[in-house]
Design a protein around this ligand. Structure first.
Ligand code: NAD
Length: 501
């Protein structure tokens, strides 16, 4: 690890302002929040600290835009063209955006460039195509009021209105696009609140949105803390829909706050996803696959495979294999050559991960590898594998959101269903096996929004994504996205054939 001597590339910083009604404005409070590089622990930028007053202005501008004749009459294809133009602008700036993301979040530059940015462009193009495909249904009725009339009906999909998009810090630009692209494609306007930890690429996105020619107020960005910015957005009477990605605790708060005004919500929350390795799996794939299921993005992925279940005959081999693999992963800052694991996003996150692992050790867990902060500068944590952990230990039950996996021996495959589902979460899961029958039977037994077979964390905008149980409500991506941002309206008509028959 070499954080001191390798220089970081130059980076152009976006304005420490808010994008409201098409203008960059200072926060009403005049206050800012420091932005810290997680590898150096140094402040290198500031963002504006928004308030309820800023949120009110942004929501009103989003509402004005939504109600405007220009927005209402904009052809769906032309909303799609806005998204296409934005994708092109991002493509032109992909290197710079990836650099900014890595400065801000700390993730390896190659990850920012090849995963985050690739996702952003794909998602924009995917939703651009959807804008012209909002279709209702034509229905033939048999109404119980049998009055001799003939009834016909159709449904149309109407945009919900002003959307509040609230995002976390693990895939900052990707999450912003994940909220903005479907909102615009389906005719909504949006106020976006990025995480206070990682707002920079979203702000730069705001500049590109202006350059792409989005109407003023269609996309607004208010940076700042969850309280007051997120809370005021959720409470604002003109916000009709909240699309949130973040922790389960915040999701619960949002759901409660949304209830009095019956707001629509999509909640993409936490997870404690199982990775299952069966004895017949191809070990050359399963061992690195299970390792990267948890260690990718330093474990800061909601679907990270943080509970490992291994069939008894191969348990020792898989556990040793993952520990050896972990030891080969270069830890370092984002711009080091071949770095695999960057720092955790913040001092707070490092403290949380450290405390949870220590709690596990104190309650009897055995450390197979890792279990410590890495280096002396920056929020780095070693890839960690624990075993012999009790089923009630916090480290087994709670989301850690760091590079920490708990290994569990599976003595009988019939135990898997109960063991894998012994969690309040249900976001992702993976099964590693060569046996197609076992793969599909077990996939059906695991309660989660996604099950991967012989892979983990493959996301695609064509595939619905979201969780069951405490992992959330609703789905993003795929055909499900249309339901998330629109309401069906049924129109029913009585035809009178008198004189025409
Ligand atoms: P967080 O819940 O602390 O914050 C997420 C966002 O909510 C931030 O922008 C924050 O400022 C805002 N916020 C905080 N309190 C709020 C409130 N009361 N009202 C409105 N907004 C509020 O989450 P985080 O620490 O930024 O992100 C990590 C979490 O996100 C993990 O639990 C992870 O599993 C989850 N996550 C889920 C998915 C998914 O798709 N399911 C994807 C990525 C991350």
């Amino acid at each position: 690890m070499n954080t001191a001597t390798t220089p970081f590339p130059d980076v152009t910083l976006p304005p420490a302002k808010l994008l409201i009604g098409g203008e960059w404005v200072e926060a009403a409070s005049g206050q800012t929040i420091p932005v810290i590089n997680p590898a150096t622990e140094q402040t290198f930028a500031h963002i504006a600290a928004g308030s309820a007053e800023d949120v009110d202005r942004a929501v009103k501008d989003a509402h004005r835009c939504f109600e405007s004749a220009a927005w209402q009459k904009m052809r769906p294809l032309d909303r799609g063209r806005l998204l296409e133009r934005l994708a092109l602008l991002i493509e032109e700036e992909a290197d710079a955006l990836a650099t900014l993301e890595s400065w801000d979040n700390g993730k390896p530059y190659a990850v920012s460039r090849n995963i985050d940015l690739a996702f952003c462009m794909d998602a924009l193009r995917y939703y651009a195509g959807w804008s012209s495909k909002m279709a209702g249904e034509y229905l033939t009725l048999s109404p119980f009021i049998n009055d001799g009339g003939t009834y016909r009906a159709y449904t149309e999909r109407r945009p919900v209105g002003v959307v509040a998009g609230i995002t976390p810090w693990n895939f900052p630009l990707g999450q912003a696009i994940q909220k903005i692209a479907p909102a615009i494609a389906f005719g909504c306007t949006i106020v976006l609140k990025p995480s206070e930890e990682t707002s920079l690429t979203t702000l730069r996105l705001g500049e590109l949105i202006q350059k792409a020619g989005f109407p003023a107020g269609a996309v607004n960005i208010v940076t700042g803390y969850g309280d007051p910015v997120g809370t005021s957005l959720v409470d604002h009477p003109l916000v009709r829909k909240i699309t949130f990605t973040g922790s389960t605790l915040t999701g619960q708060r949002i759901l409660q706050a949304a209830a009095p005004q019956m707001k629509r919500v999509t909640l993409e929350l936490g997870g404690k996803s199982p990775t299952v390795v069966l004895a017949d799996a191809d070990m050359d794939q399963a061992i690195p696959g299970a390792a990267m299921a948890i260690f990718a993005n330093s474990g800061q992925i909601c679907t990270a495979g943080s509970r490992l279940f291994v069939e008894a005959p191969v348990y020792d081999r898989v556990v040793e294999g993952i520990a050896e693999f972990a030891a080969t992963l270069p830890i370092g800052h984002a711009f080091e050559q071949n770095v695999a694991l960057g720092p955790l996003v913040s001092a707070r996150q490092l403290e949380k991960v450290s405390e949870m692992v220590q709690g596990g050790i104190d309650s009897g867990a055995e450390v197979v590898t890792g279990g410590r902060k890495a280096g002396t500068q920056g929020y780095f944590y070693e890839p960690t594998l624990l075993q012999n952990v009790g089923r009630d230990a916090a480290v087994m039950r709670e989301e850690i959101f760091g590079p920490v996996v708990i290994a569990n021996r599976l003595d009988a495959i019939s135990d898997l269903k109960a063991a894998a589902n012994d969690t309040e979460y249900g976001l992702g899961a993976s099964i590693w096996t060569r046996d197609l029958n076992k793969a599909h039977v077990l996939a059906g037994q695991i309660d989660s929004g996604t099950v991967w077979i012989n892979t983990h964390n493959v996301l695609d905008t064509a595939m619905p994504f979201g969780g069951v149980k405490m992992s959330g409500i609703g789905r993003e991506f795929g055909t499900e996205a249309i339901n998330a941002f629109t309401e069906p309206k049924a129109v029913c008509m009585r035809l009178d054939p008198t004189g025409l028959e």
